[in-house]
Design a protein. Structure first.
Length: 599
């Protein structure tokens, strides 16, 4: 017999029907004559091997195209798992336009051109994306699975096929229809979330999400119409139109609802039907990425830990509730609430009854508890650093030291970390590399007019200011023992005009004007300026020498034009009729040099 290749989207039984028609036979008769009983489980392998030899296909390829039972509730077709309830095998189902196009291929037996598409055998695929019309079924049903004969059923009811093709109306084909149709037919399809899931799992995920959004998934599937099922699944598919981004947005909505609800329970209450679906499929192949995504998102928002088993195994705790922190660290809930309240992490609504609703990052909770266990008062900080409370507060404001507030006797007191204070001293000691007795080395206090204690310490920690320590052997290091180079401190703080900038006095002398005029020009944005510290510690303005020279090139003051006060009268005659560019009253006028040349 002549070879006949199987189509890429063609189910095995549909191919056998077409092959039988190619040899002018109905499928049941062809099976009787050849002994190829594909529908018989016991003889399936032998039947496929024989059909492969006769048709010129490989046995492995034909097996791949077979609709076979995978387990009690699912079939496998073209590598995809489908729910057995979704498999249509009671009558020939087809797209009228596809069938008519196939038949128009001609040849001695044109019906052997007509082939069944895998998607036509799935009840959830209701339309042909290519022709945008609904699928229809032949009214004549098969007597049993053993009499399935797709090609012959169409041939016997050809008038019905033609009528369906002529009367077909446009069907709104959504991305949902196209994806599941193409995927089952083996046509390249791409979806960030659904591609990894088994076919039946992808549909079920759309069902679950759609039901949660619409609220119409409460009644049994058997009591829902095909349109209702499609609408619910399409809603879920549309939610996933942007992949995991859309799923995250949906989870965030559920998070918000949960946080506003009074129910304290977590786990399955967080994501309802979705949680149940993922929990049931946590070990199912293909669900790993989806389960991990939902689990990691839940862990990133709620105080869940691996012990919560949400919704599968593994995961890393990212948040603590008061309850979980109590179990982890053994600190009483009332104490934990006080610590969190002092940090501003506990609002007025967070009563003891809502301890499970509190979500504090693990690292934040651990830091709070560590600080509490290592807390020391201001007195300790003052004595250990040998400084005043004002300097300690400078360190806190600069981020060198941190404090936390604890309510005691109806007042808040600042507590410091002993470990942090000792760590600061140790780090300063490790940075001490300069000779404290060298010329220019002086205690920190002597440089305060230029730079505060806190800024000097920050400069030392950033290795911008060399440090020396002068003390007796064995004596604990304090701020009083630190020595810095005055010239380096001045350089770091920016004492003196930066390179390329000049003082206001320089500008007044070059322009031949008064200081007030320079300030007015500055406010006009004429010069490029910078703020720096003078040698007495005051903040002054520096003027870009380049911008000053550029201004002088194009403009001239009345005073400079006159050269001396005795020439003011003659100069007034010279500039009569010329409008000054800047007029600040009296002789404080500035003209454009070009205007003077034209006069």
């Amino acid at each position: 017999m002549a070879p006949l290749p199987i189509k890429s989207s063609e189910p095995l039984l549909g191919f056998a029907s077409r092959y039988a028609r190619e040899h002018n036979m109905r499928l049941p008769r062809f099976m009787r004559l050849t002994g190829i009983k594909i529908w018989n489980y016991a003889s399936f392998e032998a039947a496929v091997s024989r059909l492969a030899t006769m048709s010129g296909n490989s046995a492995e390829e034909l097996v791949f195209h077979a609709l076979r039972v995978e387990d009690g509730g699912r079939h496998r077709l073209l590598g995809e798992l489908i729910d057995r309830r979704d498999a249509i095998r009671n009558a020939a189902r087809y797209c009228p336009h596809c069938v008519v196009e196939d038949h128009s291929g001609g040849g001695p037996r044109p019906f052997s051109n007509v082939f069944c598409r895998a998607a036509w055998m799935h009840s959830r695929v209701g339309a042909c994306p290519r022709h945008k019309i609904a699928l229809v079924s032949i009214t004549e049903q098969y007597a049993s699975y053993a009499t399935e004969d797709f090609t012959s059923a169409l041939m016997d009811n050809w008038h019905e096929v033609i009528a369906a093709a002529e009367g077909a109306t446009t069907f709104e084909v959504a991305d949902y229809d196209r994806y599941f149709c193409d995927r089952l037919n083996g046509v390249p399809a791409s979806h960030e979330v659904l591609d990894e899931l088994p076919y039946e799992g992808a549909l079920r995920l759309c069902d679950v999400l759609g039901a949660m959004i619409t609220g119409k998934g409460r009644k049994a599937r058997a009591k829902q119409s095909a349109d209702e099922i499609r609408m619910i699944a399409k809603t879920g598919f549309d939610l996933l139109s942007t992949g995991y981004l859309g799923l995250r947005a949906f989870l965030e909505e559920l998070d918000d609802r949960y946080n506003r609800a009074d129910d304290e329970s977590g786990g399955s209450k967080l994501y309802g039907k979705l949680y149940g679906f993922l929990h049931d499929n946590a070990e199912t192949p293909g669900f790993t990425s989806l389960v991990k995504f939902v689990r990691d998102h839940a862990f990133s928002v709620h105080p869940l830990g691996p012990e919560n088993n949400f919704p599968g195994h593994g995961g890393i705790r990212k948040f603590h509730s008061v309850r979980s922190a109590f179990l982890s660290y053994g600190i009483q809930p009332s104490t934990l609430r006080n610590l969190l309240a002092a940090e501003g992490l506990l609002d007025d609504e967070m009563t003891p009854a809502r301890d499970l609703k509190i979500s504090i990052p693990v690292d934040v909770m651990e830091a709070i508890i560590e600080n509490w266990r290592d807390s020391v008062p201001m007195l300790f900080a003052r004595e250990r650093l040998a400084t005043s409370p004002q300097v300690v507060r400078q360190f806190v404001a600069a981020g060198i030291l941190s404090t936390k507030s604890e309510k005691s006797e109806h007042a808040l007191k600042n507590l410091f970390s002993r470990k942090q204070i000792e760590g600061l001293i140790v780090r300063l000691e490790s940075l001490a590399s300069s000779d404290p007795d060298a010329v220019g080395m002086t205690p920190l206090q002597n440089c305060v007019p230029f730079m505060s204690f806190a800024d000097q310490i920050k400069g030392i920690l950033q290795s911008k200011i060399p440090l020396g320590i002068l003390k007796l052997e064995g004596e604990p290091t304090t701020l009083e023992h630190l020595r810095v180079d005055t010239s380096v401190v001045k350089a770091v703080v920016g004492v003196g005009a930066p390179t390329g900038y000049v003082t206001a006095k320089y500008v007044t002398s070059r322009l031949v004007t008064v200081t007030d005029t320079v300030h007015r020009l500055e406010s006009e944005g004429v010069f490029e300026t910078v703020k720096y510290r003078s040698r007495n510690g005051l903040s002054v303005t520096g003027y870009s020498e380049t911008s000053v020279k550029s201004f002088m090139k194009n403009y001239i003051t009345f005073r400079k034009l006159a050269r001396q006060k005795a020439n003011w009268a003659s100069t007034e005659t010279r500039v009569a009729g010329i409008k000054p560019v800047f007029d600040f009253g009296g002789p404080e006028r500035i003209y454009r040099r070009q205007d003077l040349k034209r006069a």
